[in-house]
Every structure is written in C-alpha cells, then in structure tokens.
Design a binder for this molecule. Structure first.
Ligand SMILES: Cc1cc2nc3c(=O)[nH]c(=O)nc-3n(C[C@H](O)[C@H](O)[C@H](O)COP(=O)(O)OP(=O)(O)OC[C@H]3O[C@@H](n4cnc5c(N)ncnc54)[C@H](O)[C@@H]3O)c2cc1C
Length: 418
C-alpha cells in the first residue's frame, strides 16, 4: 500500500494553504521553500518605495504553521523532480520522497529574452528585490544632492518604471508621492519634488486587465501626481543610466522593470506541455494531465474556469486554490474521495493609483476614486492583520500611509553598484 506523505514545493499564497489544510487533517506534509518567509507580495511596492518595512509584509513560514504537528518545514531550493522515483532533489540536501506532490512555485520576472537588462532595471518579486529598489531609489536622490551639475541632478532624479500593469502603476504613483511629499522636506541642494517619474508602457493603455474607464481614470490620477505616462512606448534597450524607448534615449537615475512575468522554471521539470508563459495546464481539480498524484496551482498553473477561460495570476486565485486543494487532498487521502473541481470566487481586482485613489473591478461592477481607496485600505488592514496576527501593525501601517510618514527609508549595504 502506498503511503500518504505530501510534499508541497513553495510556501506562497497557494502552497501555505495546502500545507495548512492538510496539517489540520493530521496528514504528513513536507513544505519546501527556498525562503524562510511567507510573503505578502501585493504590498511589496510599499517596501520598495520606503512606506513599509520588510518585516511588515513577511512572516516566517515556521511561525505561520506553528502548532500543526504533521507539517515539517524545509528551507531548501528544489532543483529536480523525478516523477518515476517519486523524489524531489534539493540544491543543498538529500532528495525528499513523496507520495503526492504539490507544486506552487509561482512566477518570476521575464525580460523578454533580454536578461542582461536585469542588471540595470531590477524587477519586484522578493524582499531582496524590494530592498534593492528602495536603496537605488534613495541613492539616486542622495547622489543628486551631492552633485553640483544641474543636468546630472536632473538625470539622477529621473526615475523610469517600465510596464503599465498594476505593479508599474502602483510603483510610479508611490515614487511620485515619495518625492513630492516625503523627500521634498529633506534635502538642501535639490528639490526632490521636481523629480521626473516616467511610466513607460508598450501597449496602447495602462492597466489592460481592467476596463477602459478605469485605465482612463488611472491615467488622469497619475498625471495629477506628476507621473509622465507614455503608452505605445516599447523599451528597446536598457544600459547603465540610459533607456532607449521608441527610438528615444532617456537618461535616468534609476529604472525599475514591471513589464513581464513568466512562470517558475520548475514547470519544465515535469516534461508536460507548457503555455507561452511557461505555465502548466492543469485539470479543473488542479491535477496534472498524465501525471499521477501531482498537482500544480497558483501562478505556475494555467487553470481553466468553468467556461474554460484561464484564471488570472492573482493572490486570491492562488489562495483559493490552496484552500481547495488542501481540503480535497485530505478527503482523498483519508476517505478515498475523488477531488471536486475548483471554482474561483472573484473578490474583485484592484490597483492603487497613489494615496486616496484606487480602481476596483468586480466584473459586474467597477468603481474608482476615494471610495475605492478606502475599500482597498480597509481590505488590506484586514488582510495584513490576518496575515501577521497583529492588528496593531496593520493599523500603524494604515496611519503612516494616510499621513505620508514613510516607514523605512533605509539604504542597505549590499546595494549593487550600477
Ligand atoms: C509586486 C507584486 C504585486 C502584486 N499585487 C497583487 C495584488 O495586488 N493582488 C493580487 O491578487 N495579486 C497580486 N500579485 C500576484 C500575487 O502575489 C501572485 O498571484 C501570488 O503570489 C501567487 O501565489 P503562488 O503561491 O502561486 O506563488 P508565490 O506567492 O510567488 O509563492 C511561490 C513560492 O515558491 C518559492 N519557490 C520558488 N521556486 C522555488 C524552488 N525552486 N524551490 C523552493 N521554493 C521555491 C518562493 O520562494 C515562494 O515562496 C502581485 C505580485 C507581485 C510580484
């Protein structure tokens, strides 16, 4: 008789919920992640723009799962999967055997074949990325303060965000606010509020996943914040201090990449067909066609909804899938029940366009402005409090956020020279 050890790779929104569900049912689980923390990625842009500290949005995985006796946590990077031997290879450690395998390793940046751009325009996916961006951003202003050359000061205070999706919009709005409201009071030789914040988008509009009227609203709001938005402007080259976009050379103090994501490379290890974004097509119960006892979910999966349309790469999709699979797998292991298909319940898609302005899309209803912002803030206080089990931290965050008192303006030592 086969055993019932479940190995879960990835302690993000999807994997942590699977481990939690199985742990509550007393099923032996090994949860492997290369980071020791579970990360609340939707607020990463606030760490990158000095509004929050890393510890506000990351919790140790061991702490999150404390008390679940059957769940073992392994800090390790998975480098191989042997589906015949039913083992998972680790970079530093002995292979781990499984009876059921759950893969939830998310997504990573895509530079569309130009990986060399990552040296000059980091993307935002991890705490390290956010700290690096924060340091470069703050350093650009420090260097401008030191310079006595007006043209050099202008270059250093030109920040380009590449990619007009929610992350790019949130970063651009937040950087403009940082310069105009927080840094404006702190320097002697520069006027930080005159910084140029550029948002470059290759397509015809920003926030393409949202209806046109919400894109238009975001364009107007960003302009009000002082962000220069350029659509139909593909970036063709990025080198140190310079971007070429639509044939024009732009001298920049710093650039951030928010233009593309691709699925985690672990999908390739399964030897099954992948879509163009590297995602594994799964059945509606999240199992992988042709592979017994293997499940893929979250950003790594191409999950069809009831109408066969792929679900978006969102935290709420990953979390709901994790909760579903945790319960379904527990029922299968304990009672031999067949897993039910996953059904997504849309709780609304949102993006922040600076303080006091947001867009919300529930599919059947869309709204924007102050109300949307309060809605967003309320939901994130709730989510952060639930995430950290610390209501006070969430309330302090909300207060700092409303009052423009930036939380963590630290330049850290390991910032790479560019
Ligand atoms: C900046 C940013 C902002 C976002 N904002 C929003 C938002 O506002 N709303 C929203 O709904 N969604 C948002 N998202 C998307 C959302 O965060 C993802 O959809 C969600 O995190 C996917 O969950 P997941 O569990 O699939 O992967 P993740 O949460 O990315 O977790 C993957 C885990 O796998 C681990 N891992 C990866 N490879 C390996 C390996 N080889 N070995 C071991 N461990 C590994 C990683 O360390 C990580 O812990 C945002 C994402 C980003 C990057």
């Amino acid at each position: 008789m086969s055993g019932n050890r479940v190995v879960v790779i990835g302690a993000g929104f999807a994997g942590i919920e699977v481990a939690r569900g199985l742990g509550r049912a007393g099923i032996p689980v090994t949860l492997i992640d290369r980071q020791n923390h579970h990360l609340f990625q939707p607020l990463l842009y606030q760490v990158a723009t000095a509004a929050l500290s890393p510890a506000d949005i990351a919790e140790p995985v061991r702490k999150v799962l404390r008390g679940l006796e059957s769940v073992e946590v392994v800090l390790g990077e998975v480098t191989g999967i042997d589906t015949a031997a039913r083992t998972v290879a680790l970079k530093n450690g002995a292979p781990v055997s499984y009876d059921y395998l759950v893969i939830a390793t998310g997504a990573t940046h895509s530079y569309f074949g130009h990986d060399e751009w990552s040296d000059f325009a980091p993307g935002l996916k991890t705490i390290e990325d956010a700290r690096e961006i924060r340091s470069h951003l703050l350093l650009a202003f420090e260097r401008a303060e030191m310079s006595r050359d007006a043209a050099e000061q202008k270059r250093l205070m030109t920040i380009a965000v590449i990619g007009g999706g929610p992350t790019g919009v949130e970063l651009a709005g937040s950087i403009a606010e940082l310069a105009r409201h927080t840094l404006a009071k702190d320097f002697h030789h520069i006027r930080a509020e005159t910084a140029t914040v550029l948002l470059l988008e290759a397509g015809p509009r920003i926030l393409t996943a949202f209806p046109q009227k919400l894109s238009d609203y975001a364009m107007r709001k960003l302009a009000k914040l002082g962000v220069t938005v350029r659509v139909n402007t593909p970036v063709e080259r990025i080198i140190a201090d310079e971007i070429v976009a639509k044939g024009e050379t732009i001298h920049v103090g710093f650039a951030i990449w928010a233009a593309g994501v691709t699925a985690s490379p672990l999908g390739k290890l399964l030897g099954v067909p992948l879509d163009r974004a590297g995602r594994v097509t799964v059945n509606r119960d999240l199992s992988v066609p042709g592979l017994k006892d293997i499940y893929v979910l979250g950003d790594l999966a191409l999950t069809p909804d009831a109408n066969g349309k792929p679900l978006p790469g969102l935290a709420q999709v990953a979390k709901q899938e994790g909760i579903h699979l945790g319960r379904a797998l527990a029922r299968k292991i304990l009672r031999g029940q067949t897993a039910a298909p996953f059904t997504f319940h849309n709780r609304g898609n949102t993006a922040i366009v600076g303080r006091h302005a947001a867009v919300f899309d529930f599919g059947w209803w869309q709204f924007s402005g102050w109300l949307a912002w309060w809605f967003w803030a309320f939901i994130h206080v709730y989510l952060l409090a639930g995430f950290q089990h610390r209501l006070m931290v969430a309330i302090q965050w909300a207060w700092r956020y409303v009052t423009y008192e930036s939380g963590s303006r630290l330049i850290v030592e390991n910032t790479r020279e560019r």
